[in-house]
Structure formats: structure tokens, C-alpha cells
Design a protein around this ligand. Sequence first.
Ligand code: ADP
Ligand code: MG
Length: 230
Amino acid sequence: MKVITIAQQKGGAGKTTVAAHVAVALSQKGRRVAVIDIDPQGSLSCWHGIRQERFGEGYTGLTFAAVTGWRVAGEVARLKRNHDYVIIDSPPHIETEARAAIRVADLILIPVQPSPTDLWASKATIDLAKAENIPVRVLLNRVPAHSKLAAAVAQQLPQLADTMLGNRVLFASALMEGRSATELDPASPAALEVKSLVKEILAMLEPPEEEEATEEKGKAAKSPKEHATA
Ligand SMILES: Nc1ncnc2c1ncn2[C@@H]1O[C@H](COP(=O)(O)OP(=O)(O)O)[C@@H](O)[C@H]1O
Ligand SMILES: [Mg+2]
């Protein structure tokens, strides 16, 4: 099981939006996904609440938990048994609680809007992840078309994801309905961006060597039977 923590000390950078979209897209790819909201503001909890009202209890395609940050490691350990991914949405400051969410992660996703203040705010999270030796991807979010500032910010950011998310109303309106862009309009630019991001995440966390190795194992397991029938 892999843990992806969405972190960024600046509020409004897109943590909750990214957490919800990545969680749903991974679940649409057949992974068993849990989301944990450790932000006292509870935006992800509100989203999941609406989702539950619409789809019915237990049918949202996701396991949901809201805990305080200091309980996050225990919650992750509990969810480990029967999930492929745990996505953690964190509060907008790196205090002890958010640090705990960073420590349990296999990947930290840092949404950054193309602005100097977002850029500066992301440095602390990047440093913390580095100190803990955890891979980081910085995700440019809410990027206006032809943004020169985005290009300038990108130049200053190490570990930038190949995918960027545009400034798209569907990201917000989907969340209002307890849904995601990939569910509401799978062919929309917003949905395509999320799918591309998830492809990148899967390439990092489920590298193809592993798949090949299991394929090989499968072949090896099959061959005695093949010999027997030959
Ligand atoms: N790519 C995007 N395009 C348009 N609106 C966005 C995008 N990402 C986030 N938003 C909007 O920006 C606001 C802040 O996003 P949110 O995910 O709540 O940030 P955070 O969780 O970091 O505080 C919300 O109103 C959200 O709908
Ligand atoms: Mg949030």
C-alpha cells in the first residue's frame, strides 16, 4: 500500500481539490483507495459527505476517515490491510500534525499556484520532505493558459510534475456536487489533466519492473502445467 500526502502550507493552493480528484481517479483505475482528512477545516469531509448523500452510504468508491494529525500514522496502519492507496489531505501549515502526515507518505504532492507567494510557501514543505527522504512532486495548479509566470515559477521548482492543472471551473463545480471532473465529464480538459497526473503517479509508485516481475512469476508458475500437457 502507498500513501500520498497532499501538502502545502499556503491555504487555497488546491490541496483538497487535488486530493479528491487523485483519489477518485485512482479508484476509477481499480485501486482500493482511502482518503484521510486531517485538516480541521474539513473541506474534504464536506465533499465526501455530499458524495455519500448522492451515492448512498458505503458506495462512494472510497473509504473515508477524518482524524487529527497526531492519529494519522495509526489510521494509515489500520487502512493498510485492505487498501492500495491512502490519500491524505493536510492542513495549511506544517505543524506537528501535518509533519506526521508527511512522515508516513511514499509521495508528497505539493500543489503550487503560479504566484511568488505560493512558490515561497512550498519551499518549507519541500525541505521537510527532503529531510525525511520522501519523494516530492510539485504540481502547478490553476495555471492560466499561456502563463508566463507559470513558466518562470516552473524554472525555480525542483521535482516539478510533468502534468499541470489548468484554471478550470469544472475542478470546483465537480467538488460542489461531491464528484470529480473525471466522473462528470471524462473527456474534459480538467479530467484529461487529472488522468495524466495519475498516470505519472502510477509510474512512480508502481514502476513497470514490478509488473514485469509478477508477469515472470506468473509465467514460471504456468510452465510446469504446460509441460505436463505437452
Ligand atoms: N485547478 C483549479 N481550477 C479552478 N479552481 C481551482 C483549481 N484548484 C483549486 N481551485 C479552487 O481554489 C479554491 C482553493 O482550493 P482548495 O482545494 O480548497 O485549496 P486548499 O485545500 O489548498 O486550501 C477552491 O475554491 C477551489 O475550488
Ligand atoms: Mg483544503
